[in-house]
Design a protein around this ligand. Structure first.
Ligand code: TMP
Length: 252
């Protein structure tokens, strides 16, 4: 089967033109990178699991009224989404100190924050996605004040909802990263939650043992990476049937 040219190839996904106007297809790869692609590898079956997990999370969020770009899953590795113009900001929410926050501020990983912290990073690989403030975003025109207010509001709703959802399956939602996009309908624009939600872009710790169940296992060479992604999918009820596990390593 001939395949359309990719519109964009990222580190973990390839975007293709969609089958309907105003749509794109997200293809989830097994490739994994860390530290701004200085570390590279593959996590067998990751693309399939991240496709399933993202479908599940985006569907649940749409049910509580969060507008998302997700339309439907097409197959094991692909999903159809609304085409949008990505706001060049990575929005990170932290509930528990970990990762770059622990390092930057000399804090112990694992300290629970008295309230969630929202951080912004400017999406620019060449600059290593630098931490920026709302002042930078507004002054440099990456988003308007209205957009930023809506983005923060949606992000905090997503955080509250997903903290509860994860707690229900014995997982602490430590932190995560979201991206938003602009969808145009005639002269009107609205914001949608875009990209993905998967163990690639969040930290998930087992509620009892604090064991890491996310990409930190790859970043920090902790082993059991595939098993961790599978366990998250299993607890969410989206791990493909055992007969399909074989196909996790195939193309679709
Ligand atoms: P950090 O502690 O490294 O800043 O990461 C915070 C959260 O953001 C963590 O859940 C992982 C996610 N993240 C991404 O999704 N993409 C990135 O490029 C980085 C650096 C972090």
């Amino acid at each position: 089967m001939s395949r359309k040219q990719p519109i964009y190839e990222g580190k973990a996904k390839v975007l293709y033109e969609g089958t309907e106007p105003g749509t794109i297809i997200q293809y989830f790869k097994d490739d994994a990178t860390a530290f701004n692609a200085q570390k590279r590898g593959t996590i067998a079956g990751k693309g399939v699991l991240n496709n399933m997990i993202t479908e599940f999370v985006m569907t649940r969020l749409a049910e509580i009224g969060i507008p998302t770009h997700f339309i439907r899953r097409i197959n094991m590795r692909e999903q159809l989404c609304k085409k949008c113009e990505i706001v060049p900001i990575e929005v990170v929410v932290r509930n528990i100190v970990a990762g770059s926050m622990a390092k930057r501020l000399g804090l112990e990983e694992g300290e629970r924050l008295p309230r969630p912290i929202v951080e912004f990073y400017y999406k620019d690989d060449a600059l290593g996605d630098p931490l920026v403030s709302d002042e930078h975003i507004l002054a440099l025109g990456w988003a308007s004040a209205e957009e930023l207010e809506e983005i923060v509001g949606m992000t905090l709703r997503v955080n509250d909802y997903l903290c509860g959802l994860m707690r229900g399956i014995g997982i602490k939602l430590v932190d995560f990263k979201l991206e938003f996009g602009r969808v145009w309908e005639g002269d009107f624009m609205h914001l949608v939650l875009a990209d993905e939600f998967s163990p690639d872009n969040c930290r998930l710790w087992d509620a009892v043992t604090n064991e890491k169940m996310d990409k930190d296992r790859f970043r920090r060479d902790l082993g059991g990476v595939e098993e961790a992604y599978q366990e998250v999918a299993r607890r969410l009820g989206v791990l493909p049937e055992s007969a399909d596990i074989e196909s996790l390593n195939k193309d679709k």
